[in-house]
Design a protein. Structure first.
Length: 235
C-alpha cells in the first residue's frame, strides 16, 4: 500500500484506479480478486432459492406521494400476485415502491444495494438485503435471477441498467427476456431517438428497436413477463 494519493471513495474507485498514483492502494490484486469472488459467492448463495423473479428499476428520488411511486407499487404487487419475486436496488423512491408492492403481494422482496460515495439507505420493505462493493457483481445478480426487467423513469443508473439488459438481449447473451419501459410519456422520446437517429445512421439493426416495449399498464407488464418466463423455461 502507499500513501501518495487520496483515499478512494468506494471499492470500485480503488479497483478502477489501482494503477494510478493519485489513489491510495488499499488492496493487492489477489485481495481484490478474493473480494470479488466472495461477493459473487455470497450473492449466489443468498438468491439461490428466490424462484421466478423480476428486476425492477427506477429513480431513488421519486417521492412516495408521486403518481409514479403508486404505479411502481401496483406493478410490483400484480407481478407478485402472478408468482414473481421482486428484485430492486434496495434504495428509496421507485425501488422502495416496488419492494413495498412485493410485501403487499406476500412474495420475496429483494434489495441489492451498492456502496456509493454518498449513503444510499436501504428501504424498509426488504426480506433479503445484500450490499455490494462493485457495480458489475451487482449487475450479474439483477440479470441472473430475473425473468425480465421492468424499468420506470429514472436517471443515469436506471438508464445504465436498461441498456445493459438491451445489450445482453441484442447480442444473444439472454433469450426471451422482456424489457419493459413503464410510463410512455417519459420513455417515448428515447425510443424515438433510437429509431430516428441511431437506427437511421445505421448503428443498430431495424429489429433492435423492437427488443423493448413501452407500456403504462401493469396488467400488460404481467402478461408479457409471464409469457417471457414460459418461453425461457422451454428454451
Amino acid at each position: 500500500m502507499n500513501d501518495r494519493g487520496r483515499e478512494p471513495n468506494t471499492s470500485d474507485q480503488e479497483l478502477i484506479h489501482a494503477e494510478s498514483a493519485g489513489i491510495n492502494k488499499e488492496l493487492t490484486d489477489a485481495e481484490r480478486l478474493a473480494r470479488i469472488s466472495e461477493e459473487l459467492a455470497h450473492g449466489f448463495s443468498a438468491l439461490a432459492d428466490v424462484g421466478p423473479a423480476v428486476s425492477l428499476f427506477g429513480s431513488a428520488r421519486t417521492p412516495a406521494d408521486h403518481p409514479r411511486y403508486e404505479l411502481a407499487r401496483t406493478t410490483a404487487r400484480v407481478l407478485g400476485e402472478a408468482g414473481f419475486s421482486i428484485i430492486t436496488g434496495g434504495g428509496p423512491g421507485i425501488m422502495e415502491a416496488c419492494n413495498r408492492g412485493a410485501r403487499d403481494a406476500g412474495v420475496t422482496s429483494v434489495g441489492l444495494n451498492i456502496e456509493l460515495p454518498f449513503e444510499q439507505r436501504s428501504n424498509q420493505y426488504l426480506d433479503v438485503s445484500l450490499n455490494f462493493h462493485h457495480f458489475f457483481t451487482r449487475k450479474l445478480m439483477f440479470v441472473r435471477y430475473a425473468s425480465a426487467f421492468v424499468v420506470f423513469p429514472g436517471g443515469l443508473g436506471t438508464l445504465d441498467e436498461a441498456f445493459e439488459a438491451l445489450t445482453l438481449i441484442q447480442t444473444g447473451k439472454t433469450h426471451h427476456f422482456p424489457l419493459l419501459l413503464v410510463d410512455s410519456g417519459y420513455w417515448s422520446g428515447l425510443v424515438d431517438w433510437l429509431h430516428d437517429r441511431v437506427l437511421a445512421d445505421g448503428n443498430i439493426s431495424p429489429g433492435d428497436t423492437e427488443l423493448m416495449e413501452i407500456t403504462d399498464d401493469p396488467a400488460h407488464v404481467v402478461a408479457v413477463v409471464t409469457e417471457g418466463a414460459r418461453r425461457q423455461a422451454g428454451s
